[in-house]
Every structure is written in C-alpha cells, then in structure tokens.
Design a protein around this ligand. Structure first.
Ligand code: PMT
Length: 402
C-alpha cells in the first residue's frame, strides 16, 4: 500500500521512526509529512533514510512546478495515517483548518484516514478533545485508540500511542476487511431488527451503595454500532454509559437486571436477532433499603436472591429469533460455553476469556470463539472490539441466519 504518514509534535513521534521502518519492512511504500512541532522532537533524516523518500514539512516548499505538493501527496496515497496525532491536529482536522503541510493534505484527501492519538490523559479526557475525536469518528476517520501506561508527563494512564505493530495490524486488518466495508456498503442487515444488551447491570443495596461488575459496555456497543452501520434497526438496552452510539440506534436505558429483563420481554417478539453481550448480575439484594444503611458494630450480612436468567428466558420463549449469547469465562472456557449454549437454548454462544486482562472486560480488544448450535466453531483472533463485532455479524450471516 502507498501510505502517507503524518507525524505531529508529541513525544511519541520517536515511535513513528520505528513505525516507518516496520511499514517499509512489510512492503508498504511510505512518504512522510512532519509538522514543525514534530521537528522539535525528531528530525526528518531518519524518516527520509527509512522511507527512501523526501520528507515534507513546508507547504510553501514547492520545488516541482508540475504539481501542487499537498494535492499530489493526497492523491498519491492509498491511505493516510497520522501517528502520533496531537490534540491540536485533531482539532484542526475537526474544524477543517489547513495551516500547514499536513493539515492541508488531510483536507485535500478523499482516502481513508487513520489517526493514532497520543497525549496526556487529562487532555484526552477533556470534553473538547473527546468531542472532536467523536466528530471525526462519525465522519468515518479510523481512530486507533491510545493505550494505557506510563506517559511522558509521569502519569500512568490512558494516552500512550498504540504500538507500531498494533497500528500496522489495524491498518492491514482494514485492508483485508474490504469485506467489512462492502457489508456496510451493501447494508447486509437492512430490514433486520436486532436487539443488543450491553454493559453491566446495577443492583441497589440502599440509596448510596450498589453491586455491579467490570463490564464497560464496549463489546455490546461495538455490536450495536456495527449492526446499525450495516443497516439494521437496532434496539440497544443498557445502563447510561460514556460510549458513542450510532445515531440511528433506539436506546433503552435500564439500571438493574430486572429492568433489563422487562425491557427485553417487551421488545423481543419483534426481533430477528437478539444478542446478549451484557454482563447481567446473577444475584440482587433481597431487600433494597429506602434509607442509607448505618454503620454499626460487627459485620453486615446482606442476603442476595437470584435474578432472572434473561438469556434462558429468551431461549425458552423465542419463536423465530436468532439468539446469540456470550460466555464470560476464566477457566474451562470451551466446555462452559458449550454448556451455556445447550442450557440456555441459544443459536450461538460467543465465549471470551475474561481472565486475560488484555481482552474481555474494559479493554478495547477482545478475542472470541463462536460456538454454533450445529457444533461448528469459529475462532476470531485478538483485535479491536469493533472488528470483532463485524466478524461476529458476518459469521452469523454466513451461517445462514434466515
Ligand atoms: O463490556 P466490556 O467491558 O466490553 O466486556 C465485554 C464482556 C466481557 C462483558 C462481554 O464480551 C461478555 O462476555 N458478556 C457476557 C458477560 C456474562 O455475563 O457472561 P455469563 O457467562 O455470566 O452469562 C452468559 C450469558 O447469559 C450472557 O449472554 C449473559 O448476558 C446472559 N445472562 C446472564 C445472567 C443473567 N441473569 N441473565 C442473562 O441473560
């Protein structure tokens, strides 16, 4: 692929040198644009040496009269990757500012654009930056999420640029994923009604305390967004979560397992596909106190009662719905998943090993195995939850969901 790599002024720009080297080693042709701020961190020379191409830094440096450089570069590339991208360049992209070689090229491009943000965690969480990233995501810019870890500012938090190999894996998955794109273009779930439950439930103890779990909702929201992009009429049932929702999604806000059960009951008859990605509490306090429980001498005992197993309820009462459950396991993953498939009368169980902290709960990536009722098994290797979601939907379609 012809990759135009944009490098902006962050400490992670040193990683862009390694990224250039690895891209070239994988057979990609790379041209580099650096901002003036990037040049404060690293020089053009390693990029030129590794890419074997001139590095562009100045929009007015027009040495070849036969072309206009930023237009020519935008046209040349199969895709543009900006890694690292600062909050400043994110804002420029959002508002269409073209005041340097990179921002002008981005504005002139009609090609897929990937950005790998890297910044201090407070900057990343600032509503202005979050909002800008969401606007870009909604415009179809591919966001390669930063990871958590040691930041140059001394924080240990989210904001580190993804590692070069992860970035390359992401781009190459996209290249292979032309299938995913064409699904979106073909709108292969158009006319289908899909219900998805996502995230944790909240079981109140008193007005102050509650019982919940580690689910962030990312897996379920990725499924809901992917299904909506593929044309489905999506009903998403979840707690309010700080995650982006496709604008066409019909969101039903719930809190407890009982709320989720009632919402599922009232919507399930209309559905073609039901996906239960939520981490539902198996137990809820027998008594919910109206007033805050006061601290007393000695221990406190709270009795919990069982919640309804919503997936089993769906399995028992379904008519034509295709039912996909999840299994969050820490041991005997396959055996337990197949047990749930049978006991809960699902059509598919998607198992994930939540004992591995790099996947499963809260992380941006997952690795799953789909166990089908007919005994088939499909493994989906570790990748961003958005890609996993699309593959789950594609496999369900492929397996002849009617
Ligand atoms: O939300 P993330 O941070 O992105 O993490 C994703 C995830 C790990 C939560 C997700 O991939 C996942 O595995 N979801 C299912 C979690 C779970 O509760 O698994 P389980 O093995 O305990 O339950 C099996 C199935 O029964 C699930 O489909 C669950 O939704 C359903 N269930 C469980 C209990 C209950 N009372 N009612 C149910 O419907």
């Amino acid at each position: 692929m012809k990759i135009l790599l944009g490098v902006t002024g962050g400490i992670a720009s040193y990683k862009a040198i390694d990224l250039t080297s690895k891209l070239v080693q994988k057979g990609h042709e790379v041209k580099v644009i650096m901002t003036k701020s990037a040049e404060k961190f690293v020089t053009t020379l390693p990029f030129q040496a590794l890419s074997r191409n001139e590095v562009h830094t100045d929009i007015f440096d027009e040495t070849d009269p036969s072309v206009i450089k930023h237009i020519d570069l935008a046209d040349w590339a199969d895709l543009i990757l900006v890694a690292p991208i600062t909050a400043n360049t994110v804002a420029k992209m959002t508002y269409g500012i073209a005041d340097n070689m990179l921002s002008a090229t981005l504005l002139a491009s009609t090609k897929p654009i990937f950005i790998a943000p890297a910044m201090n965690s407070n900057m990343l969480a600032n509503p202005a930056v979050e909002n800008n990233i969401n606007i870009l995501r909604n415009r179809g810019i591919h966001i390669i999420e930063p990871g958590a870890g040691f930041l140059a500012c001394g924080y240990i938090a989210k904001g580190r640029m993804s590692e070069p190999l992860e970035i390359i894996e992401y781009i190459e998955a996209y290249k292979k994923g032309e299938q995913i794109q064409s699904h979106q273009q073909k709108q292969d779930l158009k006319g289908k009604k899909v219900m998805i439950t996502a995230g944790p439930t909240i079981e109140n103890i008193d007005p102050v305390r509650y019982l919940t779990n580690r689910s962030s909702g990312k897996m379920g929201y990725a499924l809901a967004n992917a299904a909506a992009s593929r044309g489905a009429d999506v009903t998403l049932i979840s707690n309010p979560l700080p995650l982006e929702r496709h604008p066409a999604i019909n969101w039903v806000s719930i809190e407890s397992a009982q709320d989720m059960f009632e919402a599922v009951q009232s919507h399930m008859n209309d559905m073609d596909i039901i996906i239960k990605a939520a981490a539902v509490a198996d137990y809820t306090p027998e008594t919910v106190y109206d007033q805050k429980l006061k601290k007393k001498e000695g221990d406190l005992t709270i009795t919990f009662k069982r919640t309804v197993d919503i997936l089993s309820y769906i399995g028992t009462h379904k008519t034509n719905q295709y039912v996909i459950g999840f299994a969050a396991e820490t041991e005997n993953v396959e055996e337990n998943a197949i047990g749930k498939l049978k006991r809960k009368n699902a059509d598919v169980i998607v198992s994930n090993n939540v004992g591995d902290t790099s996947i499963g709960f809260k992380s941006n990536e997952n690795a799953v195995t789909m166990h089908f009722k007919d005994g088939d098994k499909i493994e989906i290797k570790k990748q961003p939850k958005e890609a996993i979601a699309n593959q789950i939907l594609s496999n369900v379609n492929k397996k002849g969901f009617k």
